[in-house]
Design a protein around this ligand. Structure first.
Ligand code: KG4
Ligand code: ZN
Length: 439
């Protein structure tokens, strides 16, 4: 065996002792060299059983996921004991698959990171108890993960993004706007006062019976709405964006859902259609719902960007808005956000679709971030519990109410509609494009 001696610049045949020293300086396994720390991430907070191995440099060495979406679509929503049972049936296989794909054995891991909050209690419990067994068996450090923190930090795996940045998390279970100042330093700017946008879209899709639509039967509610919306005309319905008068960065979706429910009931009467059958106007309703949700999300985000810029929390020259969560894969909503970021000279970044939804990679990466920062690495897991409704110390009370003082100079006002669309809007007096009240 020849080793290049850099100092002398010559090849030499080293002694056996030198070879052992050389090998000992690496984390060595026959056939493999791991120069970086390795983290196994495990996610079971809702309806996905997911695991991944990510190294310190952000290389995804292996991943596996089992989605329960199909089962929950059939039952019309997530039934927690069913989700728990499916996690139990799949967790061992999924973790094994992630490890095998990465060609890493548990003994080679630097740490195990697992979502412990927030989420469904029964689902979180499966991931946590499985992880603690592994931690105990292989004597590894344990890194408890906050699911939102993981969503927010995912972008740093795919893009070079420095702190601070603004994050908008929109999915079936989450809806929040926060300023990310460090790995575990979040300033909450706004959140949904009731349900999350994905939850609302799922409920509307169920009410429209889109599962019976031949093109949408295997899609999540939000995806089905996006798909149908492309065939519809949103101008046939006029739903007002929620919270027009509330000058903060919070969100609300249940009032809008109620209005849409009433509209669907009225349409069923008009069309002589029984509940459970598909309305001929379903695509138009989907388009109008998607548009209203996009406007609401874009307006609150606009306010948050202006607030951060005016308070010096974000520098206009380097401001970044990261959008993640299942709903972030909606291209119409992204377009609305792009209009806002263009108007405010902010950079819009979204992780790739598979990293927007729940996955094991984001949990492993959050573990890497915490390992690098030396934050929350446990060598003793006694007393560790999952926390379904946890809003931790790192998510400080919403400061969105201060956003009422945000000034909107003309050149920072986004136009969410074209002038022509404005004129066509049914019965609308003031429009979000010309009036930024309540954004
Ligand atoms: O992040 P995620 O996988 O799970 C959590 O809720 O945490 O997000 C799932 C949600 C569902 O409500 C689903 O309807 C919604 O994201 N979703 C979409 C789209 N794809 C998934 N919503 C709007 N447009 C989409 N294309
Ligand atoms: Zn999530």
């Amino acid at each position: 065996m020849l080793i290049l001696n850099k100092t002398a610049g010559v090849f030499f045949k080293p002694s056996r002792r030198k070879i052992y020293e050389f090998l000992g300086s690496f984390h060595f396994h026959p056939g493999k060299l791991f120069l970086h720390k390795l983290v196994l991430g495990i996610e079971t907070s809702c309806d996905d059983t997911a695991a991944a191995v990510v190294d310190e440099a952000g290389n995804v060495l292996g991943e596996a996921i089992h989605s329960q979406t199909e089962v929950h679509l059939k039952t019309g929503g997530i039934i927690p004991p069913v989700a728990q049972q499916l996690h139990r049936e799949n967790i061992q296989r999924i973790v094994q698959e992630a490890l095998s794909a990465s060609e890493v054995s548990p003994s080679e891991l630097s740490a195990i990171a697992t979502t412990i909050k927030p989420g469904l209690a029964l689902s979180l419990g499966v991931g946590l108890s499985f992880s603690l067994q592994l931690v105990d068996q292989f004597k590894k450090p344990f890194i408890p993960i906050h699911h939102m923190e993981a969503h927010a930090l995912t972008i740093r795996l795919t893009n070079k993004v420095e702190f601070p940045f603004l994050v908008l998390l929109i999915s079936g279970g989450h809806c929040l706007l926060a300023l990310v100042r460090g790995v575990s330093d979040f300033l909450l700017l706004g959140k949904s006062l009731d349900i999350a946008p994905g939850d609302m879209l799922d409920k509307v899709a169920r009410r429209l019976s889109l599962i019976k639509h031949p093109e949408c039967s295997t899609m999540s509610g939000g995806k089905a709405i996006e798909h149908l919306a492309k065939q519809g005309n949103r101008l046939h319905f006029d739903f007002q964006p929620p919270m027009q008068r509330a000058k903060n960065c919070d969100f609300s979706f249940s009032g809008l859902q109620h209005v849409i429910d009433k509209m669907i009931m009225q349409k069923e009467k008009e069309e002589g259609v029984e509940q459970g059958q598909i309305l001929s106007s379903a695509a138009d309703i989907a388009a109008a719902v998607q548009h209203t949700v996009a406007c609401h999300i874009a307006k609150r985000t606009h306010r948050a960007i202006l607030f951060c810029m005016q308070r010096g929390l974000l520098q206009p020259s380097s401001a970044v808005l990261v959008v993640s969560g299942g709903v972030a894969s909606n291209l119409y909503i992204r377009k609305a956000l792009e209009i806002v970021t263009n108007a405010t000279q902010c950079t819009l970044l979204c992780p790739p679709a598979r990293l927007c939804t729940d996955n094991g990679i984001m949990i492993a990466w959050n573990g890497v971030e915490r390992l690098r920062a030396g934050l929350g690495i446990l060598h003793n897991t006694e007393g560790i519990r999952y926390e379904p409704k946890y809003v931790g110390v790192q998510l400080k009370p919403s400061i969105g109410q201060y956003a009422k003082h945000v000034k909107k100079s003309r050149n920072l006002r986004p136009k969410l509609f074209t002038e022509e669309e404005q004129r066509k809007r049914v019965g609308s007096k003031a429009s979000p494009a010309t009036s930024n009240e309540g954004t």
